[in-house]
Design a binder for this molecule. Sequence first.
Ligand code: GLN
Length: 447
Amino acid sequence: MITLKEALTKSKEEMVALRVELEAKAKASELNAYVGFESSGEGVPILIKDNIQVKDWSVTSASKILQGYIAPYEATAITNLKAHGMMAFGRANMDEFAMGSTTESSFYGPTKNPHGTDRVPGGSSGGSAAAVAAGIAIAALGSDTGGSIRQPAAYCGVVGMKPTYGRVSRFGLAAYASSLDQIGPIAQNVEDAAILYDAIKGHDAKDSTSAAFENEDIVSTLNPDVKLTIALIDNYISEADSDIQKAYAQTVEALKAAGHTIVHKNMQNTKYDIATYYILATAEAATNLARFDGVRYGIRAEAKNTEELFYNTRSEGFGEEVKRRILLGNFVLSSGYYDAYYVKAQKVRHLIRDEFNAIFEEADLILSPVAPSVAPKIGSIHSPLEMYKSDMYTIAINLAGLPAISLPVAKNEEGMPVGLQLIAKAFNEKTLFDGAASMEKAVKYQK
Ligand code: GLN
């Protein structure tokens, strides 16, 4: 597949032909990465996760409850990419309402990993990552609340980037956990990710949490020869399995050889990451998802009165994982438990952020695993807790609001990709992308 950079030099006609080719290939593929083939705008086709609104498109967050809903307005990220020679083409499969790590909770059925079709592509942006990896999308947009861009990118051997909270407008993104959600790029390489990030970022008055900081252009100054100080969190790595530890050790050597300085650190609060995230994310999700009641959006169940309408629509419309999170979120917000869980988790969130900031006093970037293993087999994760635990390396970055990028560094003996992430200080995407360009060059990943 041609890169985004190359595609941006092609003619309108060539892009139309490419769209036809992509659609045919995607329809013939067994991956189930696309859930729709709508197109909007002109230019290089970018695959859009099914929770980002493109005006007049169906947008469902891969949920039954949103079947039939048509977006009445456009996400700012889409408006921005259209202003940069790109267009929206196709809707990507995902976990229902972006809740999950495998894309198995989609109403449309699971997406498969192109590196092994009995494996999950990761999630929740699994359709976006699988399509880019399989050459049935040039690049894609995903969303990352607790790892949903970086982890599928790692499982599928592509690049995925989560911007600093506030960098990309959330206007038009279906809210999962509003204080954590960010839209970001999934691409074939670091340069393409930078092009897409540059296009979608920027202040937006329609999102009250959008940052009014200067948005420097990243791609024109991308510097793979930069020399940085990179921190390793030594007590963080032992929970990863041997495939990940091996790739991590090799990457550290490659980074040293490229002239970076490595420093060793420990973090004390990592043991609280999962509990903190799953309290705050579910509390916000329970609140955000209260609006799906059969009155304004999507499906409407049979009912004799209003209360029954809400009850039946939500019972029939939401999948199991979404219901679990609504229950959990309402529980931690209920009086009597609010202080013990929700308020406590907010305090711990500050401690987590402070600990990252202390490391950034002495280092430009942190290198970390993205997931504790390569992509698991479809159907192999049996308990919700097992799935939540696999988010251990990604969620703290969202709690702290930091930017991070996942890039493929190696394959294990079965040919499954291993991705590692670089994490930067808030609003320091420039250093993040320079470091990633350098790491990409140093590790020489073979697709
Ligand atoms: N796996 C995490 C969750 O289920 C993260 C999902 C995401 O980033 N949207 O909440």
